[in-house]
Design a protein around this ligand. Structure first.
Ligand code: NCD
Length: 305
């Protein structure tokens, strides 16, 4: 039985197969409409979510399966003190596969160790968010036509943003990628990431002003300042509007640069940017459903005929 905790749990070849399957699903959804008939997905969310939980649920419903679960820790037995290990053993009796989000790093991994069904990490604290990364990679592959050979700017909260940590982790396996980390000094990407890039000889640069590197970018990955992971509100208030991407700044960018964002957006992308053809963050959310459909089929080992 397989789980997904980290994007590196799949080899590059396995990811290619997953993305090919996601492309096929996007091209002919009707072919997959009954592939999960009789199967159930449990969504166990101990932290807020809109996209991730609902896209998992939409994915399972699109495959003909059913969904059950909870969307906040307060309405689950966690509020009575139940451990994730016990909860997953129970969920294993009720469902065929589980997507779990938890504020504690490593909690889905602990659950996977006790689970009788595949567990998908749907975000663990500031650590990893592999299904967002699969979404990001599929979006880049579909809209850029390649994974590799580009300069990507990651901008915003690079310290606490788990989507950023997961994406960097996944991208290092592709050729000729140059990273530009755009953040205020307080929200720098963690040292363990820059150390890992240096050890592997992967090119990166840390920049404070977005305007200083915009013209170099093939991809711009914007992120929200992660308020819930700050130790005090004052720091959050000081940093929350550090970056605001607007039309004026976009005049510096390449014509074919893509703007991605895992969403939710707060102020970091002005709504006037939404109509720019380079803004693909809403399309990205649609790719998230296709890739989660492909993931559910893969982990349940269902081969569509
Ligand atoms: C992200 C997350 O939960 O880490 N959201 C998502 O799943 N699309 C990004 C965020 O909350 O900023």
């Amino acid at each position: 039985m397989r789980h997904l905790m980290n994007p590196l749990d799949f080899t590059v070849e396995e990811l290619d197969r997953l993305f090919d399957l996601a492309d096929d699903i996007a091209a002919d959804p009707a072919k997959y409409a009954h592939t999960c008939d009789g199967k159930k997905l449990a969504t166990c969310f101990y932290e807020p979510s809109t996209r991730t939980r609902l896209s998992f649920e939409a994915a399972m419903l699109n495959l003909g399966g059913q969904v059950l679960g909870f969307s906040d820790a307060g309405s689950s037995s966690a509020s009575k003190g139940e451990s994730v290990s016990d909860t997953i053993r129970i969920i294993s009796c009720y469902a065929d596969i589980c997507a779990m989000r938890h504020p504690k790093e490593g909690a889905p991994m602990v659950a996977a160790g006790r689970s009788g069904i595949p567990v998908i990490n749907a975000g663990d604290g500031g650590h990893q968010h592999p299904t967002q990364t699969l979404t990001d990679l599929l979006t880049i592959r579909a809209l850029k036509g390649r994974l590799g050979n580009f300069t990507i700017g990651l901008c915003g909260d690079l310290k606490f943003g788990r989507t950023v940590h997961s994406l960097i982790n996944a991208l290092i396996r592709y050729p000729d990628i140059r990273f530009l980390f755009i953040s205020p000094p307080e929200l720098r990407v963690p040292d363990y990431i820059t150390d890992m890039l240096s050890e592997r000889g992967i090119e990166y640069e840390e920049v404070i002003r977005l305007e200083d590197c915009m013209a170099d970018l093939d991809l711009l990955y914007m992120t929200r300042v992660q308020r819930e992971r700050f130790f005090n509100e004052e720091d959050y208030v000081r940093l929350k509007d550090f970056y605001i991407l607007n039309k004026e700044k976009l005049t510096l960018a390449k014509e074919d640069m893509l703007i991605l964002h895992p969403l939710p957006r707060v102020n970091e992308i002005s709504v006037e940017v939404d109509d720019d053809p380079r803004a693909v963050y809403f399309k990205q959310a649609q790719y998230g459903v296709y890739v989660r459909m492909a993931l559910i089929l893969t982990l349940l080992e269902i081969v569509p005929v």
